[in-house]
Write a protein that binds this ligand. Structure first.
Ligand SMILES: Cc1cc2nc3c(=O)[nH]c(=O)nc-3n(C[C@H](O)[C@H](O)[C@H](O)COP(=O)(O)O)c2cc1C
Length: 311
């Protein structure tokens, strides 16, 4: 068994968090990750509701016992009820990513819940440290969904050198080799998203799972074009990594207004609708239950770590 700060602090067997993926990670996925020995998080997107959090928390708890809730910090000022509800469902962890969490950390800590933030730069580290978070996740630009520009390994090394907080890694980790590598570097665990995207417990259109299985590591694109087409007011610094398709071929990088994009966007069309996924998509070869994915990553990492020879 691999023991780290993450596994000790949260009583889990495998130091793997199932990412809070908006539109893909509900209670079934989070519960399956937790039941396998990791900790799965509900992905509460801006377009979800407090009722969604309550219902999915019940599902996750009934399957896996523990679960976390992941919120997008920049969207909280317009709907703080999302945070109140996330606290009320008593999760094991809340993640606040993409923005300064200072206004919210105290409220979460008062309820006895640890707060973890994904960060994309050294400047982000200083902001979330000042806000009082309990740990950080260095999220590299190869991650699926919204992310920054610095690669996972350079960012992880930089953050590990710069803080005494526990540090996890996210972005591009899809096998036991990846988990072993970042643990050896000093990370306390990982957050995985893309590796879970073909699993039957994910929500979203069937074509999203098919695309994930078919796509290779070179098939993703970092773009804001889907946010603009769907009127999602993400701050400009965070684009999203998605599988390239007909829509990105036609519109990514084109100087065009949002109405035109909205009219051209058709989520019912498998060649047009967004499938957020990271470069680790090339490591996903089939539709395996999320629990199998997590257990396999944990067991393989153990094997790789014990095979390391120092002399
Ligand atoms: C489909 C998808 C949706 C995501 N939605 C969110 C989200 O709502 N909130 C969040 O904090 N992170 C979100 N992420 C980012 C993940 O938390 C995580 O950083 C990422 O999946 C890790 O990289 P990987 O995809 O290479 O494993 C999303 C990722 C994906 C793939």
């Amino acid at each position: 068994m691999i023991t780290t700060w993450l596994s000790r602090e949260f009583g889990i067997e495998i130091p793997v968090l199932g990412a809070p993926m908006g539109g893909r990670a509900g209670g079934a996925l989070a519960g399956a990750v937790s039941a396998a020995g990791g900790l799965g998080l509900l992905g509460a997107a801006r377009y979800n509701t407090p009722e969604w959090i309550e219902a999915e928390a019940d599902v996750a708890r009934s399957i896996g016992g523990k679960f976390g809730v992941g919120l997008m910090t920049w969207s909280l000022p317009e709907n703080e009820l999302m945070l109140d509800t996330a606290i009320a469902v008593k999760p094991t962890m809340i993640t606040l990513s993409f923005g300064d969490p200072a206004a919210y950390v105290g409220r979460i800590h008062d309820a006895g819940i640890p707060v973890v933030s994904q960060i994309n730069t050294l400047e982000d580290l200083r902001i979330v440290e000042a806000a009082g978070v309990d740990a950080v996740i260095a999220q590299g630009g190869e991650a699926g969904g919204h992310t920054g520009h610095i690669g996972t390994l350079p960012l992880l090394q930089e953050i590990l050198e710069a803080t005494s907080l526990p540090v996890l890694a996210a972005g591009g980790i899809g096998t036991g080799r990846g988990l072993a590598a970042v643990l050896a570097a000093g990370a306390e665990g990982v957050m995985i998203g893309t590796a879970l995207l073909a699993s039957p417990e994910t929500v979203g259109p069937d074509y999203a799972r098919d695309r994930v299985v078919e796509a290779g590591s070179a098939d993703t694109v970092y773009t804001s074009v889907f946010d603009r087409a769907r009127s999602q007011p993400w701050p400009q610094r965070w684009g999203g990594r998605a599988i390239a398709n007909d829509f990105t071929a036609a519109w990514d990088g084109v100087d065009v207004d949002e109405d035109t994009l909205a009219k051209a966007y058709d989520p019912s069309d498998p060649n047009n609708g967004v499938v957020y996924a990271g470069e680790a998509v090339g490591l996903v070869h089939g539709t395996h239950p999320a629990g199998d994915v997590v257990r396999r990553i944990g067991a393989d990492a153990e094997r790789h770590l014990s095979a390391v020879r120092l002399s």
